[in-house]
Design a protein around this ligand. Structure first.
Ligand SMILES: Nc1ncnc2c1ncn2[C@@H]1O[C@H](COP(=O)(O)OP(=O)(O)OP(=O)(O)O)[C@@H](O)[C@H]1O
Length: 328
């Protein structure tokens, strides 16, 4: 039996760069052995958070705990974490196998042991056949797998990934996304993956941690965050929601929970402002009083049974049970 995976915990972690507060006293316990995505817009502090966990950036205040032990002051190689960088940072003059074995060489492991372990890691990422190549003789997806093998060779408790899919073309990105998820399940260790793509986070994560302006706005399972966003920011960033100002306060409602009527009845009245064909669905937007816009995602067949055009006067309907009151 393998020892249980240790829990990674952030305790009031702050990062300052001079007068800039990049991360403001965040607290979070990552689910051990889970796939977590740190999601947020550019500049929200997600890379700083990841780099502090990895030990590539000093924590200004607070602590990072792994299995209850404070690792905040340990060097990166002694933490039980490993990082895979956005640009992979492979050594161009070293073969695939030597790149993968690099950290073992630094640690002073003997050559036979290094090559054996590098071979196992290359098998794990399905690259055994290419072990003698140089990085520039590989495709983007293959380079990424080398970077993964190189990070995993130290047998970390936590693998940290900074925008790991951003350098790949859209087709490869979706394939590698599936491979990352499969690898995480096979290894059973914790992954913390930084992304600004909500699709990527929803597709991959057991747990999504949404950051904005240096704080955690909401954390939860992908389904909880999507179905019950707590703030207007989360509702808008995660996508697929309207944020509506009603006399009683602000509410989020999923775009697929809004219906559009040809008549001017319904809960609110408006004018169709845009119709966008999206394949399986058609997105219909209507402008209502107060200069608000509400979108409805209508199944393609339903839409074409009764199509709308920009300028049409319509009524909007929904079930109030689908409204989520927002706290901010
Ligand atoms: N080395 C640095 N010196 C000064 N300010 C920095 C430094 N690194 C980051 N910052 C600032 O800290 C804030 C958070 O940056 P960080 O890179 O953590 O954000 P991010 O969410 O990862 O953004 P991105 O998606 O663009 O990488 C930003 O305002 C950024 O300008």
């Amino acid at each position: 039996m393998n020892a249980p995976i240790k829990e990674l915990e952030l305790v009031s972690v702050t990062k300052r760069y001079g007068a800039t507060v990049a991360v403001d006293a965040i607290n979070h316990r990552f689910q051990p052995g889970g796939y977590a995505c740190l999601l947020g817009p550019s500049g929200c502090g997600k890379s700083s958070t990841l780099r502090m966990i990895a030990g590539h950036e000093i924590v200004s205040e607070g602590s990072i705990l792994l299995g209850g032990a404070d690792i905040s002051d340990l060097p990166p190689a002694k933490r039980g974490t490993a990082m895979m960088f956005q640009n992979y940072a492979l050594f161009p003059h070293l073969s695939v196998a030597d790149n993968v074995a690099f950290s073992l060489k630094m640690r002073g492991d003997d050559k036979a042991d290094r090559l054996k372990k590098a071979g196992e890691m290359l098998e794990l990422v399905d690259l055994s056949a290419l072990s003698d190549r140089l990085p520039d003789q590989l495709s983007g997806g293959q380079q990424q797998r080398v970077a993964l093998a190189r990070a995993l060779i130290t047998r970390p408790q936590v693998l940290l990934l900074d925008e790991p899919l951003s350098a790949l073309d859209p087709f490869l990105r979706i394939r590698m996304r599936g491979e990352l998820r499969k690898l995480q399940r096979e290894l059973g260790i914790s992954f913390v993956h930084v992304t600004h793509g909500q699709d990527e986070a929803l597709a991959l994560a057991d747990e999504i941690v949404v950051m904005n302006n240096a704080i955690i706005e909401q954390a939860g399972t992908a389904r909880d965050v999507f179905n019950a966003p707590k703030t207007a920011f989360v509702a808008q960033f995660i996508g697929g929601h309207n944020v509506i100002a009603l006399p009683e306060g602000h509410y989020a409602i999923r775009t697929d929970a809004v219906g559009v009527l040809q008549s001017e009845t319904g809960k609110l009245q408006g004018n169709i402002s845009a119709v966008e064909y999206q394949g399986a669905h058609v997105s219909v937007s209507a402008r209502i009083a107060g200069d608000q816009e509400i979108s409805a995602l209508i199944p393609e067949g339903t839409f074409f049974d009764n199509p709308f055009n920009p300028g049409d006067q319509v009524g909007l309907i929904w079930d109030d049970a689908n409204l989520h009151k927002l706290t901010a």
